[in-house]
Design a protein. Structure first.
Lengths: 851, 272
């Protein structure tokens, strides 16, 4: 679901095809019948934006099913390994009580610091907490900074004592799952509306198809079998995308499909190293290894207050002080000392939402001076008219790419310049273009969707002036450091003290390229002052500055100067069960299945012979198996939690989810989400129908909407007759994203040479449209032209008693390249998910007419 | 001679990614149509449309739907069949088309004179003139790669192993097993096309697993050699010659009559 894996991840789709030949049932739930659907046993069509209704239906069906209630495995897994038994405070009110919203909803508190957060509303999550904790919401993430006593300092930087003092009381539970305030009962009640009839009404999926999917999933879950879900951006790119993934996680926990081979939820990340780009992040809200970016909006004034705010006392994240101090040592080297909070004040802090849409909205208001645009093509991105309005207001722009993309040429070739609406001479942006290398022209590593790092080697020198992206930033950093070397201004001390030691020991061709091995060493970490003594794993990290490590999750991938484990290429022999631990290196600690303690039952024995993975070896007194155990290695299954302990000591031998503060898989998320502790179906920001599940709440009450006035970013009202059809946007195998790597290549461009819209035979007949006719597609943001591709692979669905046509468009085109076409993102809106600010490009409404 | 080598293309696990088309073009340095910017064909996701001199692999897309969302989408990567009895080889006047030590059929571009006889002779419509070379071209089963012990570019690039390369004997064995498996799973329309050495053309060294009539995929049900119609065409040839001879005589006679009548000469219909 939420993925067109055969088309968008064709190389990885090798494995579903292998599974199919081994007898696996493949299911595709999607608004279109795609190349993925073509190879699946079941295709269940659903309306774009209705995934939670479908998943909620599965949850309701599973909990009511005979199999789930009779097979003891499910209840044992859920009662022991999830927070199903945990009691939630009486203050919490569900969407069932409040007609579509949770308790705590309020107006967005605009603090006037940053104008682009764009929340419609905001939740106060105090009422969502575990029973007995609602008075002090910060318990789950440590202790308020002001309660920390100075002098609470020991050999570990004083952080342990701080956490110990902030340890929350153990959650109250009812292992019978009968108490009405247990998470289990709340979940059951919350999803009781999601009947097969309701699923059909909301999603348009025929009841029998939904039931076929539900039965297949139930039959293929249990001690002997597992079900895996794969998703991609068709789940994320919604105003409730995070909740959709959470809804699937909830279902998979109920089915016991986490921590076990063949289970889980596969996030199909983008190509090559998108996973790496969030691990060693290019994200604004996160620093290396998924720690929150320091923010002026949170109590992050000092290192200590940040850690007090961000560190849970129990679970593995209690080690965050070690991760963070080692990271700061990597940033500022010798200049980072305990006396200056390891350079905390030099670290940049965010003001609020600096994501793509927020930044471009600010840019269009003239609030951004310059931009480095490396491997991105925003001139054809979301609500492209607004994005280009932003580009025109920049003073300078650096584009680094393989070709002169639309973003490099917007100032002379964009539609508004061609039409004369904007004069090229009136655009004052200074545009720099740097040609880029291709993958075979440099050493480096990819991190794939399985969190696996794989080293690759340079095959040849790049042509001409093409250089790597690392070359660009390496040279920029060196020049900036030289410029600021003598500055005494406080604000410049960060760049002055930034360590930057990536010049190669031996010259690399072309000259000026940094050493990829030195960068990997910085990320892996080493003993401070002895860069040749690499760290062998994150258990070695310390919070006193004695270790230097840019990204704790990658620690151990390069354990000695002669051992780059990411370059390993030894698969397991055929027919031997194993995790291929000798092929590449996966974070964390080369574990291939996360939370794999859950592959054994509470007593430590495999749930079944067929699904054996990691188990307790009584004679050796430790966890063993095919994989690296994701658990305290010698903690016995029967070990009790230490009520006063911190970190893993606070968890018992039956708490597999060690990154969670209570060691449980969370069916109910008390802390950390902006839009509710349980997933709820909301309509997309634009929809042809009223929300059939909650009449009182159409869309997420807290999604992000960058209001830019009628002309710039207008939304169609519910059921607007001018825009009656549901449209979704997507990618084709033949092209890559905005086309910068495919529309210039004849062998690819000839395979899909023109922009098209896929529409059903019924709508085509209604409108007198034949295949290859030019049609005009309009939304409140703009209109474009494309050729029609009339097909039965998409069509009309019955939604809440109405016949709604569904259409779809790939969005790879622009005005440059060998094959050109209109910019599909002219149609999309600047609306986004409240948790991660991703846009809603997968479900909106439009009109289609013969051009 | 080495063992006969070939392709087994299992269309039931083809995902239509066209990696085979691109890998083939990359290895063999074939140009794109119209500089890479041809028009959309409207034929489902197929924009290269057929095998020809610059498309040595071609993925066909066949949409079979009774109503929206209810049907199937067949995909099949087509290629030269490397027939055991090859029509193209039979008619080539220059000897440019040869049978290699791998029992594959290869056109030697430097010997081909571009006469196009092979194009008409191929029962599958595989061959055409490559406009850059000016000679007839088609899949070589990557003769240059397999001579060095490498797998052909298309099967190497195929992510799902829909295209498999190997000895024909082993591929046939594997293919029969796959058909048995599909039948056991209830997909009873699965069958092999061209895997039978006693079948048409002595079997195809590149054969296919299909799930519908060959015509659906653009393949002939009973492919034939051009020489199979030789007896018939000789008959027509002899009759035709006789007719022409008679017409000629009639014509001459008429001309003489016309001359005698002192009227303008008009060539008779059918005059050679």
């Amino acid at each position: 679901m939420g993925s067109n894996m055969a088309e968008c991840h064709p190389v990885a789709y090798r494995w579903p095809m292998r599974a199919k030949m081994n007898g696996a049932t493949l299911i595709h739930v999607d608004p279109r019948f795609t190349r993925t659907s073509a190879t699946c046993d079941i295709h269940a069509p659903i309306r774009a934006g209705s995934d939670i209704a479908f998943l909620g239906g599965l949850i309701n069906h599973v909990l009511a099913s005979d199999r789930w209630n009779r097979e003891p495995f499910f209840r044992e897994y859920v009662a022991t390994y999830t927070n199903a038994a945990t009691l939630i405070g009486e203050e919490f009110e569900d969407t069932e009580d409040l007609d579509g919203v949770f308790s705590g909803l309020m107006e967005y508190r605009d603090e006037g610091v940053w104008d682009y957060d764009a929340f419609l509303g905001e939740y106060d999550d105090r009422s969502w907490q575990y029973a007995g904790r609602s008075e002090s919401p910060d318990y789950s993430v440590g202790r308020p900074a002001e309660t920390i006593m100075s002098g609470e300092v020991d050999s570990d930087g004083g952080f342990e004592a701080m956490l110990r003092a902030g340890r929350p009381p153990a959650p109250m539970t009812d292992p019978t799952l009968e108490h009405p305030r247990t998470v289990f009962q709340l979940v059951k009640r919350h999803f009781s509306r999601y009947t097969p009839e309701m699923v059909e009404r909301v999603t348009g999926c025929p009841r029998e198809k939904f039931l076929a999917v539900a039965d297949a999933i139930l039959e293929n879950s249990g001690p002997d079998r597992t079900t895996a879900f794969a998703y991609a951006v068709a789940w994320t790119q919604h105003t409730n995308g995070v909740q959709t993934i959470g809804c699937c996680a909830l279902l998979q926990l109920l089915l016991g499909n986490f921590g076990r081979p063949g289970g889980g939820i596969m996030a199909l990340r983008g190509h090559a190293a998108i996973q790496g780009s969030t691990d060693v992040p290019t994200l604004y809200h996160s620093i290396h290894g998924y720690m929150s970016a320091p923010s002026v909006r949170k109590p992050h004034e000092t290192l200590r207050s940040y850690l007090a705010e961000e560190t849970p006392a129990s679970g593995y994240w209690a080690n965050k002080p070690k991760f963070l101090v080692s990271y700061l040592k990597s940033m500022y080297g010798d200049a980072a000392t305990p006396e200056n909070d390891f350079g905390w004040d030099w670290h940049p802090k965010i003001l609020g939402d600096h994501s793509h849409m927020a930044t471009f909205s600010a840019m269009a208001d003239g609030k951004v001076e310059g931009m480095f645009c490396v491997g991105q093509n925003p001139a054809t991105s979301l609500n492209a008219t607004v994005e280009r309005e932003g580009l025109r207001k920049l003073k300078w722009l650096v584009v680094k790419d393989n070709w002169l993309t639309e973003t490099a040429t917007y100032w002379y070739a964009a539609p508004e310049v061609e039409s004369g609406e904007v004069g090229a001479e009136d655009i004052e942006t200074e545009v720099f273009f740097f040609p880029s290398t291709q993958i075979a022209e440099y050493d480096g590593s990819f991190t794939n969707t399985q969190r696996m790092l794989q080293w690759h080697y340079k095959a040849k020198d790049p042509p001409g002036d093409c250089r790597t992206d690392t070359w660009f930033y390496h040279q920029l950093a060196k020049r900036l450091k030289a410029m600021y070397a003598d500055s005494l201004l406080p604000r410049d001390q960060g760049i002055r003290n930034l360590t930057w030691d990536f010049d190669p020991d031996e010259p690399i061709s072309p000259p000026g390229e940094p050493s990829a091995e030195k960068m990997l060493r910085e990320i892996n970490g080493y003993h401070t002052g002895a860069p040749d003594r690499h760290l062998t794993g994150f258990a070695e990290l310390a919070a006193d500055g004695s270790t230097t490590c840019a990204s704790w999750i990658y620690c151990g991938c390069y354990p000695s100067p002669h051992e780059n484990l990411t370059a390993n290429r030894s698969p397991d022999p055929p027919g031997v069960p194993g995790a291929h631990l000798g092929w590449g290196w996966a974070w964390p600690a080369n574990r291939r299945v996360l939370y794999n303690r859950a592959s054994a039952d509470p007593s430590g024995r495999p749930w079944s012979e067929r699904k054996r993975w990691v188990w307790w070896d009584e004679s050796e007194g430790r966890w063993v198996g095919y994989d690296v155990p994701d658990f305290a290695l010698t903690k016995a299954p029967g070990a009790a939690a230490d009520p006063g302990g911190i970190g893993l000591d606070a968890l018992s031998g039956t708490d597999p989810f060690i990154m969670m503060s209570d060691g449980k898989g969370w069916l109910y998320v008390a802390k950390g989400l902006a839009d509710g502790p349980l997933p709820t179906h909301y309509e997309p920001a634009e929809s042809p129908v009223r929300n059939p599940i909650y009449a009182g709440q159409q869309s997420s009450p807290v999604f992000k909407f960058w209001r830019r006035g009628e002309a710039d970013n207008a939304l169609a009202s519910v059921g607007d007759p001018r825009y009656p059809h549901v449209i979704t946007t997507y990618r084709l195998t033949e092209h890559y994203l905005a086309g910068a790597m495919s529309r210039w290549l004849p062998w690819l461009s000839e395979l899909q040479p023109e922009l098209f819209i896929e529409l059903g035979t019924e709508l085509a007949a209604e409108k007198g449209i034949d295949s290859l006719d030019m049609v005009r597609i309009s939304t409140p943001r703009g209109s474009i032209r494309a050729r029609a591709l009339v097909t039965d692979r998409i069509g009309a669905m019955m939604i809440d008693g109405r016949r709604i046509h569904h259409v779809g468009m790939p969005w790879h085109w622009g005005w440059m390249g060998l094959v050109r076409g209109d910019v599909v993102n002219t149609l999309t809106a600047l609306v986004g998910d409240p948790n991660v600010s991703i846009h809603e490009g997968k479900a909106f409404v439009c009109e289609v007419e013969k051009a | 001679m080495a063992e006969a080598m070939g392709f087994f293309t299992d269309t039931t696990i083809c995902i239509g990614c066209k990696a085979c088309e691109v890998a083939c073009k990359s290895w063999n340095q074939l140009p794109a149509r119209d500089g890479g910017a041809p028009q959309l064909t409207g034929l489902s996701y197929d924009n290269t449309a057929k095998l020809d001199g610059i498309h040595w692999r071609h993925v066909a897309f066949i949409e079979q739907f009774d109503q929206p969302y209810d049907g199937r989408w067949l995909m099949m990567s087509d290629v030269c069949k490397h027939c055991v009895q090859a029509g193209c080889l039979e008619v080539c006047p220059t000897g440019a088309i040869i049978r290699t030590e791998f029992d594959t059929v290869v056109i030697q571009s430097d010997v081909c004179n571009g006469c196009r006889a092979c194009i008409a002779a191929c029962p599958f419509g595989v061959i055409d003139v490559n406009p850059v070379a000016g000679t007839a071209q088609k899949c070589t089963l990557c003769y240059d790669r397999i001579s060095e012990g490498l797998e052909p570019a298309c099967s190497k690039a195929c992510p799902t192993d829909s295209i498999q390369f190997g000895t024909v004997a082993e591929l046939r064995e594997r293919a029969r097993g796959r058909v048995r498996q599909l039948h056991a799973d209830g997909q009873e329309d699965a069958y092999l096309y061209g895997a039978d050495p006693d079948g048409p053309l002595g079997g195809l060294n590149a054969f296919f697993l299909l799930v519908d009539d060959p015509h659906v995929y653009g393949l002939p049900r009973e492919p034939e050699l051009p020489s199979a119609r030789l007896a018939g065409s000789s008959f027509f040839g002899a009759v035709g010659a006789a007719v022409l001879a008679i017409l000629g005589v009639v014509g001459l006679r008429k001309r003489r009559m016309d001359e005698l009548a002192s009227e303008p000469a008009v060539p008779a219909e059918g005059e050679p």
